[in-house]
Design a protein around this ligand. Structure first.
Ligand code: BG6
Length: 478
């Protein structure tokens, strides 16, 4: 392979409705679980919320202009369910559809491929109130009906569809770690809700294919490849258990249509395995073969060690950005995630590991034999503004090394369709507020007019796109 990515490679960038749009009560939008969660004391970093966010709802044209200036090939955004169906089901709000239609048209006019995420965590509060949202199988039909509204409205214009964003994260944080709404802490509920997300995904894949809509469909999983902390038999066994109960668990049910055997037995033994019917299996198998691609969000790797039955549990995250607060966490009797002295860490104690991305892409290809779209990758950092400039060389280095890892993976046989950074403009980080920044475009959230300022990484990524990644291949091109 040459040192350039192929011409149709999608060098993109991503966002999510709640994190950028703002306008949370405008144009008939209904209330989502996040609109309420942020109002509860102590749930988010210093009470930050997405009520205004980057005001993308009003300023999307300006943002798309910047994307155009950069030469961005793809923009991944999510639709806010409650803008379309304020009650989660039933009446459609036309103004909501109009907003996304305008955004999509604006992108297409500027040669930017829209990549539409159907669900990025902002569940309609009404569905939470009526039947506890993801805890009930009723969500599957409502989710499918919502997706169908989007297919009917935008198919033909949107080619790339991501059904579910990181279902493993929102169920883990929402049902096991009490960090996201609805704030529960129960392993069985986490496993049950995850199973329901897989069924919703599967049903939507089928509707898409049977409806003959054109384009490509999949879901995006947050994938954290693992290494064993040492060569000891115990640590190697912990790694295996991590794959059986985490990585293969979350991926297999979406992309193989079954759960890994050892993992399922183990959760059954613990009395927490989800209920899986024969009908579920048929649907899941079918959808697994029909899905066109696997969406992967990659930020970091995990290093695993033995965790005794009275060992550590899943703990808290560093949400302050005070580096050095990495805490071991895990599932007793299965695995424990430990600090890796061979890797650099971000201020939020996330391991920086470009080779982990290559490793992940290769192992996913070997197991599922499907094309991959990287739907998120990036570094959250404190960016300093000096004389209207932001010298975010750490972000340039992070992205450059991860693009290089993509190139290496392609050379190893991975069918990689694209790479979306997280994120285009700065935006709200759910639990970390506005101080954890990811964008190419700095937003001064202190100022009412939310000015947009291009960071150094903006010019860098522009050059990545122009040279089709060639500027990432040599150190001297930095
Ligand atoms: C992913 C999500 O988990 O990672 C995004 O899909 C999120 O919505 C991103 O913002 C970065 O995570 P964080 O916690 O640093 O904002």
């Amino acid at each position: 392979m040459s040192d350039r990515f192929k011409e149709n490679f999608l060098f993109g960038s991503a966002s999510a409705a709640y994190q950028v749009e703002g306008a949370y009560q405008e144009d008939g939008k209904g209330i989502s679980i996040w609109d309420n969660w942020v109002k509860i004391d102590g749930k988010t970093f210093r009470g930050t919320n997405g009520e205004v966010a980057a005001d993308h709802y009003h300023r999307f044209k300006e943002d798309v202009m910047l994307m155009k200036e950069m030469g961005l090939k793809a923009y991944r955004f999510s639709v806010s369910w409650t803008r379309i169906l304020p009650d989660g089901k039933g009446g459609i709000e036309k103004k909501g559809l109009d907003f996304y239609e305008e955004l999509i048209d604006e992108l297409i006019r500027n040669d930017i491929e829209p990549v539409l995420t159907i669900y990025h965590w902002d569940l309609p509060q009404k569905l939470q109130d009526e039947y506890e949202g993801w805890e009930s199988r009723q969500i599957i039909d409502d989710f499918a009906a919502y997706a169908k509204v989007l297919f009917e409205a935008f198919s033909g214009k949107v080619k790339y569809w991501i059904i579910n964003n990181e279902p493993n994260i929102f169920t883990q944080l929402g049902y096991l770690m009490e960090l996201h709404p609805p704030g529960k802490k129960d392993m069985a509920t986490y496993l049950k809700t995850y199973h329901h997300t897989a069924l919703a995904h599967a049903k939507v894949v089928k509707i898409f294919k049977e409806g003959g809509y054109s384009g490509f469909i999949g879901s995006s999983i947050a994938y954290t490849p693992g290494y064993s902390a040492s060569d000891s038999e115990e640590d190697k066994e912990a790694l295996r258990r991590y794959y059986e109960t985490v990585n293969w668990w979350i991926m297999d049910i979406y992309y193989k249509g079954e759960y890994p055997k050892w993992g399922f037995k183990e959760f059954t033994r613990r009395g927490i395995a989800p209920e899986v019917t024969e009908e579920d299996m048929v649907l899941l198998k079918e959808a697994a073969s029909l899905a066109d691609f696997i969406g992967i969000n990659y930020y970091q790797s995990a290093t695993l060690a033995n965790n005794p039955v009275d060992g550590v549990s899943l703990g808290e995250f560093n949400v302050t950005g005070e580096k050095g607060n990495f805490k071991e966490s895990g599932v007793p009797g299965l695995y424990r995630q430990v600090y890796n002295p061979n890797l650099e860490y971000t201020d939020w104690d996330w391991a920086i590991d470009p080779d982990g991305l290559r490793h992940a892409l290769v192992e996913i290809t070997e197991r599922y034999h499907k094309p991959i779209l990287i739907s998120e990758n990036g570094i959250g950092a404190f960016d300093e503004i000096e004389d209207e400039k932001i010298h975010d060389d750490y972000r340039i280095e992070y992205i450059r090394s991860h693009i290089r890892a993509c190139h290496d993976a392609i050379e190893e046989g991975v069918d990689l369709w694209g790479y979306c950074t997280w994120s285009f403009t700065d935006l709200l980080s759910w639990l970390n507020g506005y101080q954890k920044r990811y964008g190419f475009v700095f937003i001064d959230f202190e100022k009412n007019d939310l000015p947009r300022i291009k960071k150094d990484s903006f010019e860098f990524y522009k050059e990545v796109i122009r040279t089709r990644g060639q500027n990432c291949m040599n150190e001297e091109n930095l």
